[in-house]
Design a protein around this ligand. Structure first.
Ligand SMILES: *Cc1c(COP(=O)(O)O)cnc(C)c1O
Length: 372
């Protein structure tokens, strides 16, 4: 391996920084003889609820199941419509599809890339049951107007916060603005496990209670099944590791913020469209997403200089074969389609050094921004 290469994200470095603590808690779980649920899961749920400012946290198997089971807990099902952003990772849509409901896309604001609240009302029909704002790339969606419209139309709001651990909307941490908030702890997220993991936070005790049953075969009392449930439990090994990593989340988010500030300052006069963060939003910079019409050349230029980039995401959900049945042709959601054609993510993460970021900046500056 080329040691000078700057990877898009260095997950091994994240483990090595915390190796003594993580190894210790993993050994503790293994030696406990208790491998499903139990004190490790409960302790993480308490800690994560406190961190997000929510009353309840229910640990689940992964982020997709957090979205899916939260929709089930909100009684979303066949015949319902759920409003989703056109610009998101496909998981947001899949969770809706699993319930039998139909995902109805709404275009993003072209500066923040998050759901445009002004377009929300026009997408509501008699069948609409819920809306899922996504805090994409680590930046909170504009929740106030979304919650406003939702309240007026008696819709549930489920937030997809898979990329937004620690992000703040108008000074308040993401965690309980909406009826429920779904989290992913996929290893590459700001708070990442050593495998799959997820959770839902909420202030509503009935939703929390229902999720506790749904994740465990629809059962509260062993062998008594009150509903058709699932098996989607947070693994105690993951819970134990997540508790260690929760202890450094703020510090690691600060490192991301410093890198983002440096990028924003130094890349201002390049040909890139830089991220736009409204003053009411505090992003946790899960991704640093820039935009250019010459994406292929730009990516090749960085790759030739040993810099890893990724695209989040190359194909919008409505243009995936999986959603061909929705009949949304090319051009039907043009704001999202343009974003998908032009975005590219620069390396960012708690283990990217300032020296490495400087190298990324030099590489971007040395690109010839010929008008195309
Ligand atoms: C990662 C992610 C998910 C899914 O999380 P998993 O834990 O991988 O199932 C859902 N929505 C968004 C926006 C994500 O980034």
């Amino acid at each position: 391996m080329d040691m000078d290469r700057i990877p898009f994200l260095d997950l091994r470095a994240a483990y090595l920084e915390l190796k003594p603590q993580i190894d210790m808690v993993v050994a503790r779980v293994l030696e406990s003889g208790w491998y499903i649920g139990g004190t490790e899961v409960e302790a993480f749920e308490v800690d994560y609820a406190a961190y997000t400012g929510a009353k309840y946290c229910v640990g689940l198997g992964n982020g997709l199941e957090a979205l899916h089971l939260a929709l089930k807990a909100l009684d979303v099902g066949s015949g319902d419509e759920v409003i989703v952003p056109s610009n998101t990772y496909i998981a947001t849509w899949l969770a809706v599809t699993y319930t039998g409901a139909r995902p109805v896309p709404v275009e993003p604001d072209e500066h923040t890339y998050n759901l445009n609240p002004e377009l929300l009302e026009a997408a509501i029909t008699e069948r609409t049951k819920a809306v899922i704002p996504v805090h994409l790339y680590g930046q909170p969606a504009d929740l106030e107007p979304i919650l406003d419209v939702a309240r007026r139309h008696h819709l549930y709001v489920l937030e997809d916060a898979a990329q937004a651990h620690g992000a703040c909307y108008k000074g308040k941490r993401i965690g309980a603005h909406g009826d429920a908030v779904a989290w992913s702890f996929y290893p590459g997220k700001n708070l990442g496990a050593m495998g799959d993991a997820g959770a839902v936070t909420t202030n509503n005790p009935e939703i929390a209670e229902k999720l506790r049953m749904l994740r465990n075969y629809g059962s509260k009392v062993k062998y008594v099944n009150e509903m058709v449930g699932y098996n989607s439990r947070l693994d105690p090994l993951q819970a134990a590791a997540l508790r260690v990593k929760l202890g450094v989340l703020e510090e690691w988010n600060i490192r991301r913020r410093e890198l983002a500030a440096l990028y924003l300052e130094k890349l201002e006069d390049t040909g890139l469209v830089l991220p736009f963060i409204p003053d009411w939003a505090e992003s946790v910079w899960h991704l640093f997403v820039v935009r250019t019409k010459v994406r292929d050349e730009f990516q090749k230029h960085l790759e030739a200089r040993g810099i890893g980039t990724l695209i989040h995401y190359p194909i919008p959900p409505h243009r995936q074969q999986a959603y061909a049945n929705l009949g949304l042709p090319e051009g039907s959601l043009p704001v999202s389609e343009a974003i998908h054609r032009e975005v590219v993510s620069l390396p960012i993460g708690p283990h990217l050094s300032l020296e490495q970021a400087e190298r990324v900046i030099e590489a971007v500056q040395s690109f010839t921004w010929a008008p195309s």
